[in-house]
Design a protein around this ligand. Structure first.
Ligand code: FES
Length: 120
């Protein structure tokens, strides 16, 4: 199965029976979309490399190097950029990592405090 590289961040395996948008969703990503039928252009991405096959009729305006993942399937390994992702997992991961550092520092001070009280 060809892989789909998205925004140079994530690489997922394409599913030949699904559109690129559906494949992204099955991989746990939250791509931007609205109509899911090639009309609105909300899912528009820039195709950096590779070939896609349209399985629907594109009504939304696209530049020559842009595709509509809601009506495209990957024909080869493809690389997409400027894909709008509503990646709540990423937001959660970032939020979690922001709180991990202060927690780790607090734990380090706590252990130092414990060590100093037991060694005196
Ligand atoms: S979601 Fe509307 S064109 Fe793809």
């Amino acid at each position: 199965m060809p892989s789909i590289k998205i925004n140079k961040l994530v690489s997922i395996e394409s599913n030949p029976s699904n559109t690129i948008l559906e494949t992204m969703e099955q991989a746990g990503l939250l791509p931007e979309y609205n109509c899911r039928d090639g009309h609105c252009g909300a899912c528009r991405c820039k195709l950096e490399s590779g070939d896609v096959e349209y399985v629907g009729f594109a009504m939304a305006y696209t530049q020559p190097d842009e595709i509509l993942p809601c009506i495209c399937k990957a024909k080869s390994e493809i690389s997409l950029k400027w894909c709008e992702l509503r990646d709540e997992r990423k937001t959660r991961i970032n939020a979690t990592s922001q709180y991990k550092k202060p927690k780790a520092i607090a734990l380090a001070f706590y252990y130092l405090f414990l060590l100093s009280t037991f060694t005196i």
